[in-house]
Design a binder for this molecule. Structure first.
Ligand code: AP5
Length: 220
């Protein structure tokens, strides 16, 4: 099953991808995570992407497409993926379509996680993660037992550099200007399923499960 996960910053894509990966055995390809890895390794790509990410702008398509094609190739065959945060522009989507056609594969579903702008800043600014074990938290909606400390005993939690009120405004604007048009693009291919992401995490999971179970049954 090949899944694309669309949604604004802080909508809950990463949170729900954990469930999708665990339940359907898909490989999680998050362009944001890959870029953060490149940054922490100090690669040329990481250095080039840094300014865009810190200001909440999209990294140019040519850099992203080359990075994602390399990741896809490294995974071997294109049989089970959930793409999180990619594609994010029509140009990126067209490049992915070409790669899929060359591999004789097709996108089975585009999940469009809809969340009101008014909820996004609180979700983004309250996000915390543990750099040691990877555990994810939210100060209010998925709070650690002790404030700012990892439940697994790893120590202090971390906050992403771009998770500020200032940057999130730019990220939301970039989403509406450059990524939201993808819903129409994929609608024309007939494979978009919209899910209400304004509700609690477990309710979003239930809705996604019902969509993905149906897709899985259809492609069997
Ligand atoms: P990226 O890392 O992709 O960030 P994003 O799209 O802005 O998405 P987030 O990771 O912020 O949100 P999420 O939807 O995963 O939310 P989460 O589940 O963590 O991109 C970062 C930057 O990299 C971009 O700005 C850009 O510069 C660059 N980039 C990346 N991909 C690119 C591309 N393809 N092209 C160009 N540039 C690219 O949830 C957030 C918080 O809310 C968590 O704390 C969670 O616990 C909580 N939460 C989740 N769901 C709920 C709920 N239902 N109720 C209450 N709280 C919830």
């Amino acid at each position: 099953m090949i899944v694309i996960f669309l949604g604004p910053p802080g909508a809950g894509k990463g949170t729900q991808c954990k469930f999708i990966v665990d339940t359907y055995g898909l490989k999680h390809l998050s362009s944001g995570d890959i870029l953060r890895r490149e940054r922490s390794e100090g690669t040329d790509l990481g250095k080039e992407a840094q300014g865009y990410m810190d200001s909440g702008k999209l990294v140019p398509d040519d850099l992203i497409v080359a990075m994602m094609m390399k990741e896809i190739a490294a995974c071997g065959d294109l049989s089970g993926f959930v793409f999180d945060g990619f594609p994010r522009t029509i140009g990126q989507a067209k490049e992915l379509d070409k790669a899929m056609a060359q591999a004789g594969k097709k996108i089975d579903v585009v999940l469009n996680l809809q969340v009101d702008d008014s909820l996004l800043e609180e979700r983004v600014c309250g996000r915390r993660s543990c750099l040691k074990c990877g555990a994810a938290y939210h100060v209010k909606y998925m709070a650690p037992k002790v404030a700012e400390q990892c439940d697994n005993g790893c120590g202090k939690l971390s906050q992403r550099a771009d998770d500020t009120a200032e940057t999130v405004k730019n990220r939301i604007a970039a989403y509406h200007a450059q990524t939201a048009p993808l819903v129409e693009y994929y609608n024309e291919q007939g494979n978009v399923k919209s899910v209400n992401g304004n509700v609690a995490i477990d309710l979003v999971t239930t809705s996604l499960k019902s969509v993905l179970d149906e897709v899985k049954a259809r492609i069997k």
